[in-house]
Design a protein around this ligand. Sequence first.
Ligand SMILES: *Cc1c(COP(=O)(O)O)cnc(C)c1O
Length: 348
Amino acid sequence: MNTQPTKGRELIDLRSDTVTRPTPAMRKAMAEAEVGDDVYGDDPTVIRLQALAADMLGTEAALFLPSGTQSNLCALLSHCQRGDEYIVGQHAHTYMYEGGGAAVFGSIQPQPLDFMPDGSLDLDQVAACIKPDDPHYAKTRLLCIENTQAGKVLPLDYFGKARALADKHALGLHLDGARIFNASVKLGVPVTDISRHFDSVSVCLSKGLCAPVGSVLCATKDIVDSARRWRKMLGGGMRQAGVLAAAGILSLTEQVQHLETDHDNAERLADALTGVPGLDVDKENVQTNMVFARVTSGSRQALMKRMADEGILVSGSRDKLRLVTHFDFKQEFIEPVVAAFSRALEAA
Ligand SMILES: *Cc1c(COP(=O)(O)O)cnc(C)c1O
């Protein structure tokens, strides 16, 4: 699919915040980045990004990785040994959308649990599935939480409780914080109010924060040291990665504040779509940059096709559409999107 903006009409891409392109400031910083061989630990720009990320998240250390998937995987491999178990959401990215990597590469057994309506895992259920020390069972080693979860912001008082449970049972605590800054911006709190409870936090720079590539794993020094080994084994040791890290630095220094606009646009978009016949917008769960809507007339696939013909891309599964706002989605796009939905659904 050609998703480059065309002369006549700019493509409107609501599939994901991963579609954001590097900002002009990022392009410039990338062009001018000071670099070295990062596998030797020589790249000053990667070192700067890692120090900045660790400082912002309040962790001992941080590691730059090519993707969030590899960052989560390296974290899991660092927390768990072969035959250990991690407790994770049934629809969590680490469990559902990473190709089963923890099982494939680490022989780590998942114990999936349904998410609660607010995106958290019920801690009583978590406690109930921690296995006793008995050779019949895998060793429960890690609790893995996701925030934001499908655009939902977990309540701030949840993390202390999760930490207490993890401590009680000697579990590690990992946060898939791909969109942790969406959560902190939404709550209006320092990101450390969330991150300080965890042993490791994976943060995507390449989603709403606009970097072309990359995630940072912010964690204890021990976990980062171990993750660096795993990263090398997985082929994620990058050489003059400062070219990428330069963009990542701007993600953290320039783009975080813009997430608020993405959240405002999601709310406006949800409001504007609420009157459109044939769509049932889940208004209540529009908390950050994601809008979910059920297609109530005609097929979701046919609707997506008609929208794509109008140059508007959305994603979906089963009968639900997912629309994600981001830095390259401007407020003035809302009106044409709503108009196109109305036309497309009339044709259904
Ligand atoms: C996107 C995402 C990831 C993985 O990031 P990639 O860079 O796409 O590998 C992990 N967790 C969550 C919740 C995500 O949304």
